[in-house]
Design a protein around this ligand. Structure first.
Ligand code: N2P
Length: 361
């Protein structure tokens, strides 16, 4: 899971001169950048980039609350960011060091204010939705031509799941998203903080648990692309990357992503600098590089997630900016919900419930 790019190219090392090379340590989600950008950053700035990846907000949160992570830039989702800001985990951005910050898109910054008032601690990297990825042919084989591929019935109705189990179904290992999805399905408020309501998600999962092969938040990209599984509840861009990997492999697998008609979660992944970051100046250089319109477009064109950079939009490929599964139209947008962070007591309920859902007891 961990991957690191450590090497400074020889040319960049020369440019950096005799002085000790500066470095920046970035901790981002897996499958979330075009790696050419990492090399470009090193070449342009002479800063040595150490880039590690994760696939869980909970894991990142543990590191942020413990402190001394050694990272200079991290990328929590809005709700987690909010809680970590309150815990003092981040430093305010020095906007003087971020001349490209004017590229940000007010449609997104207006929404991220909910997590980071005044957007003082973070910039938006990418945003997206949590929906369903399918291997179209396998799902139709299992459920027939009119399989409900654009409905949460596909994965929350036990009758469907029983038939899909054989071709393989993965769910995200992300309680802050999978519990709201189940609540939304049964007509409850997906953002409920009431432990009695939250517990009802347990009943939804109890019915389908025997048919879920795995809870994992990054393996499903390849598993979908190579036909190992037929359904993944996952993140928009990841499923679209699976679609591309299958097409490139010419393996006969057709992957599609849908935002189910009953609604889906919308989230914002924010870049922030830990309070104890060893290299805050280099961290700002990294953020400013990311805020560049063409760099940000290159990232979105590669990972199929929308970004918060208005100036990047003229450089986005048509299959990105023109795809409502990535840049939702008003109708889709009206059907998306967001959540707010649980307080510690409710969080304990959620954590306990999720553990029991996964273990199937
Ligand atoms: C990238 C997943 C990022 C979305 N693989 C999770 N917020």
């Amino acid at each position: 899971m961990i991957h690191r790019l450590t090497s400074l190219t020889a040319a960049a090392a020369l440019l950096a001169g005799a002085a000790a090379a500066q470095e920046v340590r970035v901790y981002n989600w897996s499958d979330y950048i075009d790696e050419d950008l990492l090399t470009q950053f090193e070449e342009e700035t002479g800063i040595d980039l150490i880039y590690d990846v994760f696939d869980s907000n909970e894991l990142l949160e543990t590191k942020m609350l413990a402190g001394n992570s050694g990272y200079d830039v991290v990328v929590p989702t809005g709700t987690f960011l909010q809680r970590q800001i309150q815990a003092g985990a981040f430093q305010k951005l020095d906007k003087e060091q971020l001349p490209n910050i004017d590229n940000l898109w007010s449609v997104v910054t207006d929404r991220t204010e909910a997590y980071d008032p005044g957007n003082e601690y973070s910039i938006n990297y990418m945003w997206g939705t949590t929906g369903i990825g399918v291997n179209v042919d396998r799902v139709q084989e299992a459920l027939g031509e009119d399989a409900p591929m654009n409905s949460w019935d596909l994965v929350f109705d036990p009758a469907n799941m029983e038939k899909l189990a054989e071709c393989g179904v993965h769910f995200l290992d992300a309680p802050a998203e999978m519990i709201p999805a189940a609540l939304n399905y049964i007509g409850e408020d997906p953002n409920s903080h009431d432990p009695e309501v939250i517990e009802q998600a347990g009943d939804v999962y109890a019915e389908i648990r025997p048919h879920i092969q795995k809870f994992h938040s990054s393996e499903y990209i390849n598993a979908l692309a190579n036909g190992e599984i037929c359904v993944a509840v996952g993140w928009s861009g990841d499923i679209l990357q699976a679609r591309d990997r299958a097409a490139e492999a010419e393996n006969g697998v057709t992957v599609e992503y849908s935002i189910p008609k009953e609604g889906a979660q919308m989230w914002f992944d924010q870049m922030a600098i830990p309070a104890d970051a060893p290299n805050p100046e280099a961290a700002h250089e990294f953020l400013n590089f990311i805020l560049d319109a063409e760099n940000m477009a290159q990232a979105s064109n590669y990972v199929y997630y929308a970004n918060g950079n208005e100036a990047s939009q003229e450089y986005l490929n048509e299959d990105v900016i023109g795809d409502p599964a990535i840049y939702p139209d008003q109708e889709t947008l009206d059907n998306l919900y967001t959540t707010t962070p649980y307080d510690p007591r409710v969080q304990r309920t959620v954590t306990r419930l999720w553990t029991s859902i996964k273990s199937g007891v």
